[in-house]
Design a protein around this ligand. Structure first.
Ligand SMILES: Cc1cc2nc3c(=O)[nH]c(=O)nc-3n(C[C@H](O)[C@H](O)[C@H](O)COP(=O)(O)O)c2cc1C
Length: 406
């Protein structure tokens, strides 16, 4: 992550169980060439020792504010001015509340007040603390603060240290480091208008039944977040999913393939890059019954008709954006992906092997190969979030350097 080379980073650590992961964050930041200074709250010191962080960062750890010796060394204002970015990971509910209030009751909050550097926080807490109205209110206030360079990374959803399951896990150190690196890359898609389709479509059979597929929407949603992190204005056209959309997208909810096409065509003249990550049903029932179909004979027949090809329609539009498709294949991936790329007149196609059980649909991981007319690149197995950031980087490169200008 070259973006972090020589960057001066304050890593703030607060009193949460995820503090043990901060040691790995320090290691990864150092590995990326950053100069790291760790600032701990009193709570944080109950979870991980300053000695560990001093050894990993190669710098003394700062944890006291009202201390003549500390002020005589690198005082709090000097430290505040030194930083290019402050990352607080984990950020406890208590810290977030103090930050929202503008308190300066310890070294870390005082630094956040005194520094003009970009601030990124990685909330980490029990799911009930995360859902708590006050925490949500505080986060909303932070999101709404104008003129402040503030980013909220995560949290992730999943199994928690206390045994609960839900949102509140700190993002994994690799993803945090990547997200931080992306902050220095904000020019990559700055001001670029990106439309992304995601999730499955539902094709009605009758008022209560439909044909659909197992798409979770995770890949498209992760791409939307990564595009936002790269500075893009993002519209997300989403089929029915259970995951939450990133906070700064323009979300358009749709159900069927035809709804999705209509929404996509509305966006086409308004967008620079179109990424078709949705798993659109290829066929739909020819007729939709007005009433619930009754159980009668042992078999039932249904005629299906082809749905419109959304990505091909956008790619052939007279105001076509830079258009990217996905190909989910089970065999001969190279051949099928290249033929789709040419047939649908796409700029890029992202192909994955859905015959693999460990990645793809509904999984948190994915591995893909990206093809363009005169090249290709493999992205080995990694989290969908990490992959999304890597893909957005490649998409930005190809978008800014289309073949005829290379
Ligand atoms: C074992 C244990 C684990 C905790 N984990 C978290 C946590 O993950 N997130 C959180 O917000 N608070 C957590 N707390 C509560 C905080 O430590 C407490 O609110 C503390 O005042 C935070 O102080 P600080 O924000 O100044 O570091 C935990 C407390 C204990 C005893």
């Amino acid at each position: 992550m070259q973006q972090l080379t020589n960057k001066r980073i304050i890593l703030g650590i607060t009193g949460g169980i995820a503090a043990y992961k901060s040691a790995e964050v320090v290691r990864l930041l150092k590995k990326s060439g950053a100069d790291v200074r760790v600032v701990m709250t009193n709570g944080a010191k109950e979870f991980i020792t300053p000695l560990t962080l001093q050894a990993l960062s190669g710098n003394p750890v700062h944890h006291t504010l009202l201390n003549p010796e500390a002020e005589a060394g690198m005082g709090h204002i000097e430290l505040a001015k030194w930083a290019d970015v402050i990352l607080v990971a984990p950020a406890s509910a208590n810290f977030i509340a103090r930050l929202t209030q503008g308190l300066g009751d310890d070294l870390l909050t005082t630094l956040c007040l005194a520094s003009e550097a970009t601030l990124a926080i990685a909330p980490a807490m029990n799911q009930a603390m995360w859902h708590n109205e006050t925490t949500q209110y505080n986060l909303q206030r932070l999101q709404d603060l104008k003129g402040r360079k503030l980013h909220i990374f995560g949290p992730a959803d999943g199994q928690q240290a206390c045994g609960d399951v839900g949102p509140g896990r700190m993002l994994e150190p690799e993803l945090l480091t990547q997200s931080l690196a992306n902050l220095f890359d904000r020019g990559m898609l700055a001001g670029v208008r990106v439309t992304i389709t995601a999730g499955p479509t539902r094709e009605a059979i009758d008022p209560v039944r439909y044909i659909s597929n197992h798409s979770s929407g995770k890949m498209g949603y992760a791409l939307a977040q990564a595009a936002i992190d790269a500075g893009a204005h993002v519209t997300l056209i989403s089929g029915p999913v259970t995951i939450k959309a990133p906070s700064r997208v323009h979300l358009v909810n749709v159900s069927s393939a035809r709804d999705m096409l209509e929404a996509a065509l509305q966006q086409t003249p308004e967008c620079d890059i179109f990424i078709a990550a949705a798993a659109v049903a290829d066929y739909r029932p020819m007729t939709v019954a007005n009433q619930k179909i009754k159980k009668s004979g042992d078999t039932i027949e249904m005629t299906l008709v082809k749905n419109p090809d959304i990505v091909a329609t956008v790619a052939q539009h007279e105001q076509r954006p830079f258009t990217i498709g996905f190909a989910a294949e089970t065999q001969d991936i190279d051949t099928y992906a290249r033929s789709k790329l040419a047939r649908k007149q796409l700029d890029l196609i992202i192909a994955n092997d859905v015959s693999r059980q460990d990645i793809g649909f509904n999984s948190d991981n994915n591995a893909v190969t990206v093809y363009w007319p005169d090249g290709q690149q493999d992205f080995a197995d990694r989290s969908k979030n990490a992959l999304a950031h890597d893909l957005i980087e490649l998409i930005a490169q190809r978008y800014h350097n289309p073949p005829h200008t290379v």
